[in-house]
Design a protein around this ligand. Structure first.
Ligand SMILES: Cc1ncc(COP(=O)(O)O)c(C=O)c1O
Length: 349
Protein backbone atom coordinates (compact mmCIF):
# COMPACT_ATOMS: atom_id res chain seq x y z
CA UNK A 1 0.00 0.00 0.00
CA UNK A 2 1.34 3.41 -0.97
CA UNK A 3 1.55 5.81 1.97
CA UNK A 4 -0.06 9.19 1.24
CA UNK A 5 1.43 11.91 3.38
CA UNK A 6 -0.99 14.81 3.31
CA UNK A 7 -0.05 16.21 6.71
CA UNK A 8 1.73 19.34 5.60
CA UNK A 9 3.32 21.20 2.72
CA UNK A 10 6.61 20.75 4.60
CA UNK A 11 6.70 17.04 3.72
CA UNK A 12 8.10 17.39 0.21
CA UNK A 13 11.34 15.89 -1.10
CA UNK A 14 13.51 17.83 -3.55
CA UNK A 15 12.73 17.13 -7.20
CA UNK A 16 15.33 15.92 -9.72
CA UNK A 17 15.52 19.45 -11.16
CA UNK A 18 16.17 20.92 -7.74
CA UNK A 19 18.85 18.35 -6.91
CA UNK A 20 20.50 19.07 -10.25
CA UNK A 21 20.54 22.81 -9.44
CA UNK A 22 22.19 22.04 -6.08
CA UNK A 23 24.76 19.78 -7.73
CA UNK A 24 25.80 22.46 -10.23
CA UNK A 25 25.73 25.47 -7.87
CA UNK A 26 28.82 27.68 -7.72
CA UNK A 27 29.90 27.90 -4.09
CA UNK A 28 31.98 30.13 -1.82
CA UNK A 29 32.16 31.17 1.83
CA UNK A 30 28.98 33.13 2.53
CA UNK A 31 30.28 34.52 5.83
CA UNK A 32 32.92 36.29 3.70
CA UNK A 33 30.14 37.35 1.30
CA UNK A 34 31.71 35.12 -1.36
CA UNK A 35 29.01 32.64 -2.30
CA UNK A 36 27.74 33.72 -5.74
CA UNK A 37 24.67 31.48 -5.58
CA UNK A 38 23.59 32.96 -2.25
CA UNK A 39 24.00 36.45 -3.71
CA UNK A 40 21.96 35.52 -6.77
CA UNK A 41 19.27 33.98 -4.58
CA UNK A 42 19.05 36.98 -2.26
CA UNK A 43 18.73 39.36 -5.21
CA UNK A 44 15.97 37.28 -6.78
CA UNK A 45 14.16 36.80 -3.45
CA UNK A 46 14.19 40.54 -2.72
CA UNK A 47 12.86 41.28 -6.22
CA UNK A 48 10.09 38.72 -5.94
CA UNK A 49 8.70 40.32 -2.80
CA UNK A 50 9.41 43.89 -3.89
CA UNK A 51 11.97 44.69 -1.19
CA UNK A 52 15.40 46.28 -1.33
CA UNK A 53 17.39 43.39 0.16
CA UNK A 54 17.00 39.82 1.41
CA UNK A 55 18.94 37.39 3.59
CA UNK A 56 18.93 33.59 3.44
CA UNK A 57 18.23 31.98 6.83
CA UNK A 58 17.87 28.38 7.91
CA UNK A 59 14.18 28.25 8.80
CA UNK A 60 10.98 30.25 9.09
CA UNK A 61 11.39 30.30 12.83
CA UNK A 62 14.89 31.77 12.46
CA UNK A 63 13.60 34.29 9.91
CA UNK A 64 10.90 35.55 12.25
CA UNK A 65 13.18 35.60 15.29
CA UNK A 66 16.03 37.44 13.56
CA UNK A 67 13.54 39.99 12.19
CA UNK A 68 12.08 40.51 15.68
CA UNK A 69 15.59 40.93 17.12
CA UNK A 70 16.35 43.50 14.43
CA UNK A 71 13.12 45.43 15.04
CA UNK A 72 13.11 45.77 18.81
CA UNK A 73 15.23 46.12 21.89
CA UNK A 74 14.72 43.87 24.93
CA UNK A 75 11.73 45.15 26.89
CA UNK A 76 9.91 46.57 23.86
CA UNK A 77 6.36 45.50 23.12
CA UNK A 78 5.20 43.61 20.04
CA UNK A 79 1.55 43.26 19.08
CA UNK A 80 0.49 39.94 17.59
CA UNK A 81 -2.31 37.40 17.34
CA UNK A 82 -2.06 34.65 20.01
CA UNK A 83 -2.90 32.21 17.17
CA UNK A 84 0.02 33.42 15.09
CA UNK A 85 2.89 31.02 14.42
CA UNK A 86 5.32 33.39 16.15
CA UNK A 87 3.30 33.38 19.36
CA UNK A 88 1.99 29.81 19.33
CA UNK A 89 4.69 27.63 17.80
CA UNK A 90 8.08 29.34 18.11
CA UNK A 91 9.05 28.21 21.61
CA UNK A 92 8.57 31.67 23.07
CA UNK A 93 11.70 32.86 21.27
CA UNK A 94 10.28 36.35 20.97
CA UNK A 95 10.33 36.61 24.76
CA UNK A 96 13.24 34.43 25.84
CA UNK A 97 15.68 35.28 23.03
CA UNK A 98 14.56 38.61 21.51
CA UNK A 99 13.45 39.81 24.98
CA UNK A 100 10.26 41.31 23.58
CA UNK A 101 7.01 41.65 25.44
CA UNK A 102 4.01 40.21 23.56
CA UNK A 103 0.72 42.11 23.56
CA UNK A 104 -1.86 39.68 22.16
CA UNK A 105 -4.66 40.91 19.89
CA UNK A 106 -6.79 37.87 18.97
CA UNK A 107 -7.70 37.45 15.33
CA UNK A 108 -11.03 36.13 14.12
CA UNK A 109 -10.02 33.18 11.93
CA UNK A 110 -6.80 34.94 11.05
CA UNK A 111 -8.36 38.38 10.60
CA UNK A 112 -7.39 41.08 13.11
CA UNK A 113 -9.97 43.84 13.48
CA UNK A 114 -8.33 47.24 12.81
CA UNK A 115 -10.37 48.90 15.57
CA UNK A 116 -9.42 46.22 18.11
CA UNK A 117 -5.81 46.71 17.06
CA UNK A 118 -6.00 50.49 17.46
CA UNK A 119 -7.58 49.97 20.91
CA UNK A 120 -4.62 47.86 22.06
CA UNK A 121 -1.91 50.36 21.14
CA UNK A 122 -1.28 52.40 24.28
CA UNK A 123 -0.08 55.99 24.33
CA UNK A 124 3.49 56.29 25.65
CA UNK A 125 3.54 56.29 29.44
CA UNK A 126 6.24 55.77 32.05
CA UNK A 127 4.53 52.52 33.13
CA UNK A 128 4.32 50.84 29.73
CA UNK A 129 6.90 49.11 27.55
CA UNK A 130 7.59 50.94 24.29
CA UNK A 131 5.34 49.50 21.63
CA UNK A 132 7.47 48.99 18.50
CA UNK A 133 6.02 46.41 16.20
CA UNK A 134 2.94 44.75 14.73
CA UNK A 135 3.30 41.19 13.42
CA UNK A 136 0.92 39.90 10.75
CA UNK A 137 0.69 36.43 9.20
CA UNK A 138 -0.47 35.55 5.68
CA UNK A 139 -1.65 32.92 4.88
CA UNK A 140 -2.74 32.30 8.44
CA UNK A 141 -1.80 28.78 9.43
CA UNK A 142 -3.93 28.07 12.53
CA UNK A 143 -7.10 29.38 10.91
CA UNK A 144 -6.75 26.86 8.06
CA UNK A 145 -4.51 28.70 5.63
CA UNK A 146 -6.87 31.67 5.36
CA UNK A 147 -5.87 34.61 3.24
CA UNK A 148 -5.95 38.02 4.89
CA UNK A 149 -7.34 40.21 2.06
CA UNK A 150 -5.02 42.91 0.76
CA UNK A 151 -7.39 45.67 1.81
CA UNK A 152 -7.60 44.49 5.43
CA UNK A 153 -3.85 43.88 5.45
CA UNK A 154 -3.26 47.48 4.33
CA UNK A 155 -5.73 48.85 6.89
CA UNK A 156 -3.83 47.07 9.66
CA UNK A 157 -0.52 48.43 8.37
CA UNK A 158 -2.09 51.89 8.29
CA UNK A 159 -3.17 51.65 11.96
CA UNK A 160 0.36 50.56 12.88
CA UNK A 161 1.89 53.45 10.90
CA UNK A 162 -0.42 56.02 12.51
CA UNK A 163 0.88 54.88 15.90
CA UNK A 164 4.52 54.81 14.86
CA UNK A 165 4.86 51.01 14.82
CA UNK A 166 6.87 48.98 12.33
CA UNK A 167 5.21 45.98 10.66
CA UNK A 168 6.69 42.50 10.24
CA UNK A 169 4.85 40.04 8.01
CA UNK A 170 5.23 36.32 8.64
CA UNK A 171 4.77 35.42 5.00
CA UNK A 172 5.85 31.80 5.36
CA UNK A 173 3.23 31.16 2.64
CA UNK A 174 3.03 34.63 1.06
CA UNK A 175 3.07 33.19 -2.46
CA UNK A 176 0.03 31.09 -1.54
CA UNK A 177 -1.67 34.22 -0.21
CA UNK A 178 -0.85 36.16 -3.38
CA UNK A 179 -2.02 33.33 -5.66
CA UNK A 180 -5.29 32.96 -3.74
CA UNK A 181 -5.92 36.71 -3.58
CA UNK A 182 -5.02 37.22 -7.25
CA UNK A 183 -2.34 39.81 -6.45
CA UNK A 184 1.47 39.92 -6.43
CA UNK A 185 3.45 39.00 -3.33
CA UNK A 186 4.95 42.49 -3.56
CA UNK A 187 1.46 43.99 -3.08
CA UNK A 188 1.53 42.57 0.44
CA UNK A 189 4.92 44.13 1.22
CA UNK A 190 4.19 47.66 0.07
CA UNK A 191 3.28 48.76 3.59
CA UNK A 192 5.42 46.46 5.73
CA UNK A 193 9.00 46.86 6.95
CA UNK A 194 9.98 43.22 6.80
CA UNK A 195 8.78 39.85 5.60
CA UNK A 196 9.83 36.27 6.30
CA UNK A 197 9.18 33.75 3.53
CA UNK A 198 9.63 29.95 3.78
CA UNK A 199 11.19 27.95 0.95
CA UNK A 200 10.21 24.70 2.64
CA UNK A 201 6.42 24.92 2.42
CA UNK A 202 4.64 24.83 -0.95
CA UNK A 203 7.88 25.84 -2.69
CA UNK A 204 9.34 22.40 -2.00
CA UNK A 205 12.90 23.06 -0.73
CA UNK A 206 14.54 20.82 1.87
CA UNK A 207 15.46 23.81 4.03
CA UNK A 208 15.70 27.58 4.09
CA UNK A 209 13.74 30.78 4.40
CA UNK A 210 14.51 34.40 3.69
CA UNK A 211 13.92 37.71 5.40
CA UNK A 212 13.49 40.79 3.22
CA UNK A 213 13.42 44.49 4.02
CA UNK A 214 15.52 47.62 3.54
CA UNK A 215 19.28 47.22 3.10
CA UNK A 216 19.87 48.73 6.52
CA UNK A 217 17.34 46.44 8.19
CA UNK A 218 18.79 43.34 6.51
CA UNK A 219 22.20 44.34 7.89
CA UNK A 220 20.72 44.10 11.40
CA UNK A 221 19.06 40.76 10.57
CA UNK A 222 22.44 39.49 9.38
CA UNK A 223 23.97 40.31 12.79
CA UNK A 224 21.04 38.65 14.59
CA UNK A 225 21.44 35.55 12.41
CA UNK A 226 25.15 35.38 13.25
CA UNK A 227 24.37 35.81 16.97
CA UNK A 228 22.03 32.82 16.79
CA UNK A 229 24.71 30.70 15.15
CA UNK A 230 23.04 30.90 11.75
CA UNK A 231 26.02 32.28 9.79
CA UNK A 232 26.75 29.86 6.95
CA UNK A 233 29.62 28.92 4.68
CA UNK A 234 28.94 27.23 1.31
CA UNK A 235 25.26 28.04 1.64
CA UNK A 236 24.86 28.08 -2.13
CA UNK A 237 23.66 24.47 -1.79
CA UNK A 238 20.58 25.86 -0.03
CA UNK A 239 20.33 28.95 -2.20
CA UNK A 240 20.45 26.93 -5.43
CA UNK A 241 17.36 25.02 -4.30
CA UNK A 242 15.78 28.36 -3.40
CA UNK A 243 16.44 29.84 -6.85
CA UNK A 244 15.00 26.72 -8.46
CA UNK A 245 11.90 26.94 -6.25
CA UNK A 246 11.31 30.64 -6.90
CA UNK A 247 11.64 30.07 -10.64
CA UNK A 248 9.66 26.84 -10.93
CA UNK A 249 7.34 26.28 -7.99
CA UNK A 250 5.51 29.56 -7.39
CA UNK A 251 3.02 29.48 -10.26
CA UNK A 252 2.03 25.89 -9.54
CA UNK A 253 0.79 26.73 -6.00
CA UNK A 254 -2.60 27.35 -7.64
CA UNK A 255 -2.79 23.62 -8.36
CA UNK A 256 -2.38 22.85 -4.64
CA UNK A 257 -5.23 25.27 -3.90
CA UNK A 258 -7.52 23.69 -6.50
CA UNK A 259 -6.81 20.22 -5.12
CA UNK A 260 -7.41 21.36 -1.53
CA UNK A 261 -10.77 22.78 -2.62
CA UNK A 262 -11.71 19.55 -4.43
CA UNK A 263 -10.66 17.49 -1.40
CA UNK A 264 -12.70 19.70 0.91
CA UNK A 265 -15.79 19.44 -1.30
CA UNK A 266 -15.60 15.66 -1.42
CA UNK A 267 -14.94 15.24 2.31
CA UNK A 268 -17.61 17.76 3.27
CA UNK A 269 -20.22 15.41 1.80
CA UNK A 270 -19.26 12.47 4.02
CA UNK A 271 -21.29 11.54 7.13
CA UNK A 272 -19.59 12.47 10.40
CA UNK A 273 -17.19 14.89 8.73
CA UNK A 274 -17.60 18.51 7.74
CA UNK A 275 -15.47 21.30 6.37
CA UNK A 276 -16.25 24.98 6.68
CA UNK A 277 -15.82 25.70 2.98
CA UNK A 278 -15.33 29.41 3.57
CA UNK A 279 -12.03 28.66 5.26
CA UNK A 280 -10.60 26.68 2.33
CA UNK A 281 -8.77 29.45 0.51
CA UNK A 282 -5.31 28.02 -0.03
CA UNK A 283 -3.69 24.59 0.43
CA UNK A 284 -5.12 23.55 3.82
CA UNK A 285 -8.30 21.69 4.73
CA UNK A 286 -9.40 21.57 8.35
CA UNK A 287 -11.86 18.70 8.79
CA UNK A 288 -14.31 18.76 11.70
CA UNK A 289 -14.87 15.15 12.85
CA UNK A 290 -16.98 15.88 15.96
CA UNK A 291 -19.99 13.99 14.52
CA UNK A 292 -17.96 10.90 13.62
CA UNK A 293 -17.90 9.42 17.14
CA UNK A 294 -14.09 9.26 16.94
CA UNK A 295 -11.58 11.37 18.83
CA UNK A 296 -8.92 13.23 16.86
CA UNK A 297 -6.29 10.64 17.77
CA UNK A 298 -8.59 7.69 16.95
CA UNK A 299 -9.41 9.08 13.51
CA UNK A 300 -5.76 9.94 12.87
CA UNK A 301 -4.62 6.40 13.78
CA UNK A 302 -7.36 4.75 11.67
CA UNK A 303 -6.27 6.88 8.73
CA UNK A 304 -2.64 6.00 9.39
CA UNK A 305 -3.53 2.29 9.34
CA UNK A 306 -5.07 2.87 5.92
CA UNK A 307 -1.94 4.69 4.74
CA UNK A 308 -3.05 8.30 5.02
CA UNK A 309 -0.92 10.55 7.21
CA UNK A 310 -2.69 13.70 8.44
CA UNK A 311 -2.02 16.19 11.21
CA UNK A 312 -4.15 16.74 14.28
CA UNK A 313 -5.93 19.86 15.48
CA UNK A 314 -7.64 18.49 18.60
CA UNK A 315 -10.27 18.29 19.95
CA UNK A 316 -12.43 18.44 16.79
CA UNK A 317 -10.25 18.75 13.71
CA UNK A 318 -7.69 16.99 11.59
CA UNK A 319 -5.73 18.89 8.96
CA UNK A 320 -4.86 17.89 5.42
CA UNK A 321 -2.52 20.06 3.38
CA UNK A 322 -1.83 19.58 -0.33
CA UNK A 323 1.66 19.81 -1.78
CA UNK A 324 3.58 19.25 -5.00
CA UNK A 325 3.71 15.47 -4.57
CA UNK A 326 -0.08 15.25 -4.85
CA UNK A 327 -1.99 14.95 -8.11
CA UNK A 328 -5.72 14.57 -8.80
CA UNK A 329 -5.42 10.80 -8.30
CA UNK A 330 -3.95 11.33 -4.83
CA UNK A 331 -6.98 13.36 -3.80
CA UNK A 332 -9.42 10.68 -5.07
CA UNK A 333 -7.41 8.00 -3.26
CA UNK A 334 -7.41 9.94 0.03
CA UNK A 335 -11.19 10.36 -0.13
CA UNK A 336 -11.62 6.65 -0.92
CA UNK A 337 -9.53 5.66 2.07
CA UNK A 338 -11.38 8.10 4.34
CA UNK A 339 -14.66 6.50 3.22
CA UNK A 340 -13.30 3.03 4.03
CA UNK A 341 -12.33 4.19 7.54
CA UNK A 342 -15.81 5.63 8.07
CA UNK A 343 -17.36 2.35 6.83
CA UNK A 344 -15.25 0.30 9.20
CA UNK A 345 -16.26 2.54 12.08
CA UNK A 346 -19.86 2.25 10.87
CA UNK A 347 -20.18 6.01 10.53
CA UNK A 348 -20.86 5.41 6.84
CA UNK A 349 -23.54 2.72 6.56
C1 LIG B 1 3.05 30.75 9.38
C2 LIG B 1 4.34 30.08 9.69
N1 LIG B 1 5.39 30.82 10.06
C3 LIG B 1 6.57 30.28 10.35
C4 LIG B 1 6.77 28.91 10.26
C5 LIG B 1 8.09 28.34 10.69
O1 LIG B 1 8.78 27.71 9.70
P1 LIG B 1 9.92 26.64 10.04
O2 LIG B 1 9.20 25.39 10.37
O3 LIG B 1 10.71 26.58 8.80
O4 LIG B 1 10.71 27.17 11.17
C6 LIG B 1 5.71 28.09 9.87
C7 LIG B 1 5.88 26.63 9.81
O5 LIG B 1 4.97 25.87 9.62
C8 LIG B 1 4.46 28.69 9.59
O6 LIG B 1 3.40 27.95 9.25
Amino acid sequence: MEIINIRSDTQTLPSAGMLDAILHAQLGDDTYGEDPTVKEFEKLAAEMVGMEAALLVLSGNMGNLTALMAHGNPGDEVILDPDSHIFYYEVGGLANIAGLMPMPVPSHQGMIDPEELAGKIRKPNLHYPECRLLCLENTHNRSGGRVVPLQLHNELCQVAREHGLAVHLDGARIFNAAAAAGVRASDFTENVDSIQVCLTKGLGCPLGSFVAGSKEFIGKVDRARKRLGGGMRQAGVIAAAGIYALQNNVERLREDHQRARRLAEMINGLPGLSVDMETVESNMVYIDHSESGMSTSELTSRLKESGVIVSTRPPHHIRMCTNLHHDDGTIEEVVDRVKKVLCKEEVLA
